[in-house]
Design a protein around this ligand. Sequence first.
Ligand SMILES: [Zn+2]
Length: 195
Amino acid sequence: MTTKPAAKTIRYDRETRDYALYLNDEFVGYASTYTEGQVILDQLAASIPDGTAEDDYSDVGPERSDLLIPPTADILSTVKERIETARLHEDWPGVRQLDRIRQNLLNGARLQWHAGDLLIQSVNNPGQVYSTNGRGCSCPNGQKGKSECWHVATYDLLLEMLDDRAAAADILADAAAERELGRRIAMERAARYAA
Ligand SMILES: [Zn+2]
């Protein structure tokens, strides 16, 4: 009998804009956000006999390389909105961090997903590429334990943008379902009057 921990995999489905969930390579359902997917998979894995709820999602990594980097203009407009919000709340460290993201993107910083990590080309040291994920960053500031470098902030921002897009897709799906229901009610009524 094997006591291998259950393998948890989350794949972003570009067509449905949902996060497809797999447990031991078996499709178990969809989640509307990445975080929700982690919660569902943890619960499912814990309910399997001999399955241990493992917090390591490193096996999820490669799928994230399928994720698209949004157009720079989209990122910049999201950053601009967030700067305005941060200003309203007088969150000056937040404003400075967002402004660093803005400046670096304007200076041509290039972003790329690789095996679950976000690779960012250094603007100040051409040829240097830093690798970041939710847990840390390979840049000098990140190595010194300052996890809040602009690379980590950019990583968080991109994942949030992805979640927002998935949420927007949900709202569109709900609207379509409502229209379909309305159409069926109208047909039902028409049929009743015709009888
Ligand atoms: Zn960094």
